[in-house]
Design a protein around this ligand. Structure first.
Ligand SMILES: [Zn+2]
Length: 386
């Protein structure tokens, strides 16, 4: 059997740490069931991240819509900073006690993937960024990972099912297996051109048998104008100075009037490689760096009980508003009891980022398409510093 939970088991509260089940048992026996407000917040972000992108809220709504709770949250795809609550839920504690584990799981990983993709997209700029990392994760997670990679900033995803989820055609070139089975890089790209839909761009993989420079020239000379790009997946053991390999191949193509051929690279590309490779690269296939992105360590903290601010040590009690200036972007956290948001010193107006999204099963916001969320993410992170 597959070692995965069924969605019905998640909805039934079976994906819970057992201590919540025990808590529920005690509270039922003692007839304790206060109205509780709890917030989802990250005090720190992974690595040296100063900001992150919130995703997973839309998916979490699948679960939250079946609970007797009210929810305020930032919009799917919102940029947030440490110490800003991104979501607040309110209800009788017994009604949502066992769902904490699942709710955190739905936003922690999704936000990590989206943030990593957003960082990569900032680094690659207008170059193509493709999500290639489904194979590094459990297949049941591929659509979740690639959808969040896409809304974070990837231009496309590799897996067929992920393409359906985001409403875009999946992207890909050719695997080494095609070339090995056909015995020739040139024969493989010729067959690709002969068999596949003309609307697919002709991209040859060129690191299989020979030095990249010679394989590039071989395929470019045979395919001519029909060749859109070549993909360098050069193994680490052969890579040496990857930039120099690409630069040399570019030189040889230009010299022969084949400069139209674009360069894609893949295989273990990390954030720090991108600025180095950008001058000679037109597209990136990023695998593990995105699919295995660090998770955002959100915690769910009780901040109010029966309408009274109440929180554990180290946590700020009380329901909060998170404000952002619509002109300069300045952020501000206020008690939710404070009605006046005030005016930013720059003269701009403060906008509430936590908005009501659910009221006892009733959705209070419209679901946005992945493409629209991605557009909003790209706009928000455009001027942020990495
Ligand atoms: Zn301002």
């Amino acid at each position: 059997m597959f070692l995965t939970a069924d969605p019905e088991e998640i909805l039934a509260g079976k994906i819970t740490d057992v201590y919540f089940e025990r808590t529920l048992k005690i509270m039922k026996a003692k007839n304790i069931n206060p109205v509780v407000k709890a917030e989802f917040i990250a005090k720190n972000l992974p690595k040296d991240w100063s900001w992150a992108v919130l995703t997973g809220i839309q998916e979490a709504m699948e679960l939250m819509a079946r609970l007797k709770i009210k929810v305020r949250a930032m919009k799917e795809g919102s940029v947030f900073y440490p110490y800003e609550p991104v979501m607040e839920i309110e209800g009788l504690y017994q009604d949502f006690c066992v769902y904490e584990t699942a709710l955190l799981g739905l936003i922690c990983q999704a936000s990590g993937v989206a943030t990593q993709a957003a960082r990569m997209k900032k680094l690659v700029g207008d170059r193509l960024l493709m999500s290639f990392g489904a194979r590094r994760m459990h297949p049941i997670l591929a659509p979740m990972i690639e959808r969040n990679a896409y809304v974070g900033g990837c231009d496309g995803v590799a897996v067929v099912k992920s393409g359906e989820v985001i409403g875009e055609d999946p992207m890909g070139t050719m695997p080494h297996s095609l070339i090995l089975c056909m015995g020739s890089t040139v024969e493989a790209i010729k067959a690709y051109d002969e068999i596949l839909d003309p609307k697919l761009k002709r991209v040859a993989l060129i690191d299989t048998f020979q030095d990249e420079k010679f394989e590039v020239l071989n395929v470019a000379q045979v395919m001519g104008d029909k060749l859109y790009a070549v993909r360098f997946d050069t193994p680490g053991s052969r890579r040496g100075n990857f930039f120099r390999i690409l630069e040399e191949a570019r030189w040889e193509l230009e010299l022969r009037g084949l400069g139209h051929v674009k360069f894609f690279v893949s295989g273990g590309i990390h954030e720090e490689d991108i600025p180095v490779l950008n001058p000679v690269v037109h597209g990136y296939g990023i695998g593990t760096s995105i699919s295995n992105a660090p998770v955002v360590d959100f915690a769910m903290d009780i901040i109010e009980i029966e309408g009274k601010p109440f929180a554990k040590r180290g946590k700020w009690s009380g329901s909060k508003r998170v404000l952002a200036c619509d002109r300069c972007g300045t952020r501000n956290i206020l008690p939710n009891t404070k009605v006046e948001a005030g005016i930013c010193p720059c003269g701009g107006a403060f906008i509430d980022l936590l908005v009501p999204i659910l009221d006892n099963g009733k959705a209070l916001i419209k679901t946005e398409t992945p493409a629209l969320i991605r557009y909003s993410v790209l706009k928000q992170v455009k001027d942020l510093v990495l």
